[in-house]
Design a protein around this ligand. Structure first.
Ligand code: SF4
Ligand code: ZN
Length: 309
């Protein structure tokens, strides 16, 4: 089988277009689609300082490398990488090293921010306290809420104007369905492709890999020879997301393009919902971070443990 574009040996057939790709054309095609996403949705502006969240996993390494190719040489643009160390014993260490080396290879400044340093406790310690105090929240809830806050704080501290994360098409389609199934429709407003409205104190987030399916991100990472880090966090659990992932993968194999259709539907719905919901953001009463509520979610979960956010 030959690559449709250059006649070299093909290694991948797109289930959507039926096109055959050799390794080089496949990578160029992915980069071209990311470039199209950035341009079409105006994800970046001249002079942006882009903080890339790099966990050391495949999505974040692909994001770092593609943004480096597409953005690093644009005048005025600055790239910085950030890794969050949640403090899960035996888990994040390897990812941290992979992220550090990947950034160093490209000459991108790399920072690490840890829960321990910022909140005073590792995630292990926080979750231990939650179990002892019988707070019925899972480790992943603390992790997600506290990670989001720390990324925003760090982005402001470093003077970043955008935060880029490695969410891919599968992540986005799953999140959209989770919100629909839970009835949290207003959250779809935040899932749109454009950087959200500029709130005071909130650094806008963008997802340049939003239209790239997970398997294509994985293939790009493999073909690029990235050192992959797929250790599993001990708190990983069977979740609604896993069930939706399974269901979407099954549907996608029968009806290629379904994940893409879900994400495109969100693209159209998000601006309508945003207009409808009209969120007002104000400083959290405890910590001053921007929130749509009186007390931000991070302070709320920490308060249950008797920790001041
Ligand atoms: Fe955090 Fe849960 Fe992921 Fe572990 S599995 S890194 S606790 S979100
Ligand atoms: Zn707060």
């Amino acid at each position: 089988m030959k690559c449709t574009l250059c006649q070299a040996q093909a290694i991948y057939k797109s289930p959507y277009s039926g096109q055959l790709f050799c390794a080089r054309c496949f990578k160029r095609n992915v980069e071209g689609r990311v470039r199209a996403t950035i341009n079409h949705h105006k994800l970046f502006e001249p002079n942006d300082h882009i903080l890339i969240a790099v966990s050391g996993g495949k999505d974040s390494l692909v994001l770092l490398n593609i943004l480096y190719k597409l953005e690093a040489r644009r005048p005025g643009v600055k790239l910085t990488a950030l890794t969050i160390d949640e403090g899960v014993a035996g888990y994040r260490g390897h990812g941290l090293r992979v992220a550090e080396e990947a950034a160093k290879r490209l000459g991108v400044e790399h920072h690490v921010a840890s829960f321990k340093e910022y909140y005073g406790y590792t995630l292990d310690e926080i979750y231990d306290m939650a179990v002892k105090k019988r707070v019925g929240l899972h480790a992943c809830t603390f992790c997600g809420v506290l990670r989001r806050r720390l990324i925003n704080v760090k982005a402001r501290e470093l003077g970043a104007t955008k935060v880029a994360t490695g969410h891919n098409l599968d992540d986005e389609a799953q999140t959209a369905l989770i919100n629909l199934l839970r009835g949290t429709v207003s959250r779809l407003a935040r899932l749109g492709p454009k950087p959200p409205r500029m709130w005071e104190g909130f650094v806008p987030r963008v997802k340049p890999l939003r239209y790239i399916p997970e398997r294509e991100v994985a293939l790009y990472a493999y073909l690029s020879g990235f050192e992959l880090y797929e250790e599993e966090c001990r708190y990983v659990r069977a979740s609604l997301r896993d069930e939706i992932r399974y269901m979407l993968n099954k549907l996608e194999s029968k009806h290629p393009g379904m994940k893409y259709a879900v994400v495109r539907a969100v693209d159209r719905l998000a601006p309508l919902i945003e207009r409808e919901v009209d969120v007002k953001v104000k400083p959290c009463r405890y910590c001053g971070e921007p929130t749509a509520r009186d007390i931000c979610r991070a302070c709320e979960v920490l308060e249950q443990l008797g920790i001041k956010g």
